[in-house]
Design a protein. Sequence first.
Length: 368
Amino acid sequence: MHTFYKIIGLISLILLMVNPSFAIINQLSHDQSLKWPTVNWPENKIELNDEDFNKIIDFTFSTKSSETLGRTNALLIIQNGSIVYEKYNDPINQKTKLVSYSMAKSYIGLLTGIMIDKGYIDSTDEKNLLNEWKDNRKNISIDHLLNMQSGLDFVEEYDTNGRSDTLEMLFGKGRFDQASFASSFALKSITPGMKFNYSTGETNILSKIIKLRLQEQNLDYQNFINDNLSSKIGLKNTIFEFDDSGTFIGGSSVFANARDFARFGYLYLRDGQWDGETIVSKSWIDDTRKPAKNTHKMYSNKFWMPHPASPILGLPKDTYFCAGFGGQYILIIPSKDMVVVRLGETYIEDDKVLENLSEIISFFRDII
């Protein structure tokens, strides 16, 4: 027996010499008992005793990274159900609520799944979604709206000098009833479902459909979110913004601190389960992890995933994520039993942020 332990010790020493990050990795043993941060996140923060890891972190939060990463405001890493790393950039702190931008779309993806589970939406194949869609738009399905394939002639560009339907919707004449503004556009192509066209407007339309289906059940939209999501998983520092029509601005407007964004990701990591209760069906989560057709194998139910043919970023192949303007990310990585939240101000190539995150998470070992 003593010989066995000597061998294990020798192997550990060799690994430490070959790969110094083993000192970090080795601390993260897999805990078979699941943890539920409904009230507070358990903490098992690692000791940063690795020079390469510290260099990456220092670069990430310093002004030296501004040309490639912009500003990183928050980095939170959950592994094995506990916070293993957390850092903020002054004046941002643990309590600061930051805007999701398009990460909010993933919340609409979840709410759609909950609506289907409860029978308030028949299925993703349901069509004839709005009374005003009496032309070919009646062929637009829930699935088309989930996966950016409605075919509506909605321009997502953010160029203030050209046509930007998104800016007009958010800040112009559409701002009071954003979904109705977006749903008023005609079809660009005759057949919905043929082409991926990223559109914040489509997500707001889907949010309106959720509102209308809830009204049929005499249910209030805000109360529904609280009763079926926020109160269940402990989103006490999350604000869902609604426009004047009473529709959640699901295309862009959730405000939360990093720990609450992590709770949302953790729900997906745990297959839609939370402390013995099903929030959304596992089949919905499974479907979200598989790229939808005609999305370049990169999108499903309002979540992104790395293209299988792309070396992007060095992320684990099973990664899928929420993404928002300015470099907002919630990464879900089942093979590492990990959720990563990065919030920032990155107004250049977002790929650089994902490359930076992939470097950081490479120091943490796989769980399965």
